[in-house]
Design a protein around this ligand. Structure first.
Ligand SMILES: Cc1ncc(COP(=O)(O)O)c(C=O)c1O
Length: 421
């Protein structure tokens, strides 16, 4: 290669110095840090190259393995051909909001006015990108649980705000210690983002915890955003909505997703519901960001929300798979229990192997398990060292699930993992 062309490839474009500080400024694109999921991808590629005949046992994927229910796809098929669905839907159609209101009433006994207390979103992820725009000025704080879903924090920082991390520790039952937060932090806090059932810890919460949050929000004057993405994957009782808590409607919103509970990950549908003034601020920001989800998709999602048998089936499948995984891992030295919710099992990472390998953190254990045994997990080192196993692996039948568990047991047995070696 000539010097001239390699110079050309490495030269910065004239706009390199124009990138905003929030994405790295003039250093944008030059970061050499490799992110967690890229490391996992690389380890998977190496495992497949080194052992082409050994199938990966993939507990890393965090996406539902099934298509949306046939009845929902049928509605989509019909609606897609109707001319009245072709245009911008702006802040959404009444049909979807009304279905969401019926859903909230049936599932949780929560009464909402679909016109003022519910607004759709194109999946719940963009809602976490938009809600900070409603509240955060430079210097304001968003409190977020860690480990957790980071989007609201990223956007808080984009607006010049700060993130105060609430660690979810095993010794506190993976609930944040709200009494440990300094008063100065509460004074500057505008948003508190919670997520129950919690990803990745699998912990659900109690009415008492939510009552405490409502009281604190009123006392310290902040807004609560509760992420209910996994709410229909609750296993330890009836799913609990934050809005069931007396007074919750005065202090915040809950964000629901069609992704996990309805096998509709790629369809991009969810809704924000709760206090009308917050819903309206969200709708204003959203209206300046997108033009609404395709109306056919909203109508198909409305049909899904009206059919409780769909989330019941999905819940039963992931519950069964989690029960099998818990039993299998416990036979291999892990100490885990059935999670309260989500399709994740979050369990203490091994510290090494009987053969003398040691892992300083969960990330090392993950790489070792992928490369040596073809077992894929996701490491979490934010608050203790944990591995996350997802039961969204592809298995067509229960017999396939059982065979996968047998193979998992065999390989983990060969790995000879130890804890606190
Ligand atoms: C805790 C949590 N919140 C929100 C989301 C976003 O879901 P979606 O944008 O598909 O509604 C996810 C997806 O992984 C999640 O795990």
């Amino acid at each position: 290669m000539s010097t001239a062309s390699s110079d050309k490839n490495t030269a910065d474009p004239y706009f390199q110095s124009l990138f905003a500080d929030r994405i790295g400024g003039a250093n944008y694109g030059k970061d050499t840090e490799i992110y967690k999921f890229e490391k996992i991808k690389r380890a998977k590629r190496k495992a497949l190259a080194d052992h082409p005949d050994r199938a990966l046992l993939d507990f890393g994927i965090g996406e539902n393995d099934s298509m949306a229910d046939a009845s929902v796809r049928k509605v989509m098929n019909e609606e897609v051909n109707k001319p009245e669905n072709r245009g911008y839907s702006d802040n959404g159609i009444g049909e979807y909001k009304e279905a969401a209101a019926r859903f909230m009433q049936r599932q949780f006994g929560v009464t909402l006015d679909p016109a003022t207390q519910i607004n759709h979103c194109i999946g719940s992820k963009p809602a976490y990108a938009m809600l900070p725009a409603c509240f955060i000025n430079p210097g304001d704080i968003t409190m977020m649980t860690v480990p957790g879903y980071p989007v609201a924090g990223t956007h808080t920082r984009y607006y010049g705000g700060e993130v105060f991390k609430l660690p979810l520790l095993a010794e506190n039952g993976f609930l944040p210690d709200l009494d440990a937060v300094p008063d100065d932090v509460y004074r500057r806090t505008k948003l508190m983002v919670l997520n129950y059932p919690n990803s990745p810890t699998g912990r659900t919460t109690t009415p008492e915890f939510y009552e405490k949050v409502v009281a604190l929000a009123k006392e310290k004057e902040f807004v609560v955003v509760q992420d209910a993405a996994h709410i229909l994957l609750t296993f330890d009782g009836k799913p609990l909505s934050f809005l069931q808590t007396p007074g919750a409607m005065d202090v915040g919103v809950e964000v629901h997703s069609m992704s996990k509970g309805y096998d509709m990950i790629g369809w991009r549908m969810g809704f924000v519901c709760g206090h009308p003034r917050i819903v309206s601020a969200f709708a204003d920001v959203k209206d300046n960001s997108d033009s609404g989800q395709f109306m056919a998709t909203q109508k198909a999602a409305a049909a899904a929300l009206d059919d409780d048998s769909i989330p019941q089936r999905i819940n039963a499948k992931y519950r069964r798979r989690l029960e099998k995984l818990v039993a299998t891992l416990n036979e291999c030295g892990f100490e885990c229990e059935m999670p309260g919710g989500t399709y994740f099992l979050y369990t203490k990472s091994p510290s090494g192997t009987k053969s003398g390998v040691t892992f300083a953190k969960a990330e090392d254990a993950t790489r070792y398990l992928i490369e040596q045994f073809g077992i894929v997990t996701v490491p979490w080192d934010d608050a203790g060292s944990f591995l996350r196993f997802s039961v969204t692996y592809v298995a067509a039948t229960e017999a396939d699930e059982d065979a996968l568990m047998q193979e998992t047991k065999k390989r983990l047995g060969d790995a000879g993992l130890v804890w606190n070696a």
